[in-house]
Design a protein around this ligand. Structure first.
Ligand code: AMP
Ligand code: MG
Length: 336
């Protein structure tokens, strides 16, 4: 996914690649999930993990990427198979849990709607009320995950036309996977960024935290990014969802790539971006998307009524001006 929503603060932008001193960061970069990734870490053994990281990302793309034609998600969507891998099962179960948790705002079955509104690989369809109602049915069909007689895990769905879209959770998920793998290698200080979904842990050798900039919404999707706030992260992930990089305009109306699963239409409200901080990146990713669906007021009600108040930062439009609101948990982490 091509969304540069978060910028990594200057602190490590100057990091050099494959350095030999343990006091200098090692920086890996490449492409995955239709986007870029950057990983920076300190290692007393100066190991270069590029090959391992690349193969992890490739393996993940083979499961969950809509950009890989032969991926497991594509084969499931084309109904070529119903048996799922452990990673696919985990992604599906986490997605369904978030669907319940967000009262339906997060819904990976919006796939056919995302495509129909022109946000995947096809041009936008001419959409009638009837067609939207039909596609909505596919977002709310029944599904099941169970073990078959051969002991395999099977994912079954009510309509063959039901299609899964992990774009709102997959990057966060793979960020967690890479972070866990780095910890296993004994890396105590790292930052992992896949397409703007970031996780960081530990202090840098100079004793400072990893810092991450949250981008100010751009007026135009091609505008150069500017930083709205800088936050310090330790053992936390920050994910931003926004409507200002991925949209299209038709007859003066901006259509967002976030689909409201209640209406089957792109969301239309004053919320421009939502950043969520959570220990788990997949959760932050799914929640940020869900808040974009809910809009500011419903999101604030949701945060109030859920005991483990997440750290959330909203940027919204107020009479043509940018306004921001940070929950106290988020505010605490802002350093600039
Ligand atoms: P994100 O940038 O994480 O908010 O993800 C946005 C992407 O998730 C979109 O481009 C769609 O592919 C997909 N999507 C859109 N609406 C939803 C929704 N309500 N629930 C889950 N995924 C969605
Ligand atoms: Mg998301």
């Amino acid at each position: 996914m091509n969304k540069l929503l978060l910028l990594i603060a200057a602190a490590f932008l100057f990091a050099s690649c494959g350095s030999s001193s343990p006091q200098e960061p090692i920086r890996l970069q490449g492409k995955a999930q239709g986007t870029y990734y950057t990983i920076v870490y300190y290692d007393s053994l100066s190991r270069n993990f590029q090959p391992q990281v690349d193969s992890m990302l490739q393996a993940f793309d083979q499961v969950a990427s809509l950009w890989v034609d032969s991926s497991e998600i594509q084969r499931l969507n084309r109904n070529e198979t119903s048996v799922v891998s452990p990673t696919m099962r985990d992604l599906l179960e986490k997605s369904f849990a978030m669907n319940a948790y967000t009262d339906g705002a997060f819904n990976v079955f919006v796939g056919p709607l995302v495509a129909a509104w022109g946000f995947s690989f096809k041009e936008r369809e001419e959409l009638t009320e009837q067609r939207i109602a039909e596609l909505l049915r596919y977002s709310h069909g029944h599904y099941d995950i169970s073990q078959n007689a051969a002991g395999q895990i099977e994912f079954t769905k009510e309509y063959p036309a039901m299609q899964v879209d992990f774009n709102a959770i997959a990057q966060g998920y793979v960020v967690d996977q890479i972070a866990a793998w780095l910890r296993k290698q004994g890396i105590g200080s790292y930052l992992v960024d896949v397409g703007g979904e970031v996780i960081a842990k530990g202090l840098k050798p100079d004793g400072t935290h990893w810092s991450v900039g949250v981008e100010r919404p751009a007026d135009d999707k091609d505008d150069a990014p500017e930083i709205q706030a800088v936050i310090a992260l330790d053992n936390m992930s920050v994910v931003t969802s926004g409507n200002y990089r991925k949209y299209y305009e038709k007859d003066g109306v901006r259509y967002s790539h976030t689909i409201d699963p209640a209406t089957g239409r792109p969301v239309e409200h004053s919320l421009l971006s939502v950043s969520v901080i959570d220990p788990e990146s997949w959760r932050a990713d799914a929640l940020a998307t869900a808040f974009m669906v809910m809009g500011l007021e419903r999101s604030l009600q949701f945060i109030e009524s859920h005991p483990q108040n997440p750290a959330v930062f909203f940027i919204y439009d107020q009479d043509g001006e940018y306004a921001t609101y940070a929950t106290p948990e988020f505010q605490e982490l802002i350093i600039e």
